[in-house]
Design a protein around this ligand. Sequence first.
Ligand SMILES: [Zn+2]
Length: 336
Amino acid sequence: MQNLRLLKKQAQKEIEKVRDLKELDGFFRKYLGKKGEVTQILSKIKILKKEKRVKAGKEANLLKNFIKQRIEMKKTHLINVSAKDPEVIDITVPGKRFPTGHLHPLTQIQRKVEEIFQSMGFSVVDGPHIETEWYNFDALNIPKDHPARDAWNTLWLKNSKLLLRTHTSPVQIRYMEKNNPPLRIIVPGRVFRREATDVSHEVNFYQIEGLMVGKNISVANFKAIIQGFFQKFFQKDVSIRMRTSYFPFTEPSFEIDMSCLNCQGKRCSVCSQSGWLEMIGAGMVHPNVLKASGLNPKNWQGFAFGMSLDRLAMMKYKINDIRLLYSGDLRFLNQF
Ligand SMILES: [Zn+2]
């Protein structure tokens, strides 16, 4: 029968377009339902004469079975696909990971440093970025005519006597004004200089200031604390050496070198073939600084130190250009 063949073709085309079980149900009803096309043909065949009825009935039943079979195949296919379909909510599937940011390497270093000093009884203290001349210079034993002021490359605020702090040391004064010894603090924070930038200079960078004041604080205490800090920070055996130096706010003053981590003191390009790396400026707090903070230098003494957080980060992560830390370049930052 011509129309049975056409119907078969039509059904075959239509079932290919079926996308879900609901559409499949519609397809079933259209062909095999009570008023379905194949059902209707079968009921018409019943009233035909015998010889026609047998032949047509056989063909119509073949079509009916063909469509049934196709529906079963399609059903299995649709169920398999929906099991893999991400639109179906399966609460046992692990969630999608959203891209998240992470802390800047300098922040990570700062937190690590804070953690180590806190374990040694130091408090973490903060101070303003904008300072007065008094806190940034005078109180730190750098009076107006002192040549040391020339070396600071200060950034002044327009039409005022305020400046962007050149170091974290003003916080020493601010803290000692309000707190009585014995005291031990560190002051991590941003400082500003009028600098030409290069691999080791930036117009701003991060310092860690340290201050410990008490009755019998000596250089030996300082040495023990700093050695302990380096060992915890770099997780390596580190030797340090102290060289005499000069800072207006300490007396005596010294600089601390650390054995080069890159060559273990055997001399390399990182340490300029010296085996040592300059890490810290330090000294015993100058009596004038104690006086400026309202403390009697006869009763109290202590040490202060300052180091660059950037330098610590550069040593720890082997970064060779300080400017990378401030570049905002994700190719760099995503490595930490
Ligand atoms: Zn070296």
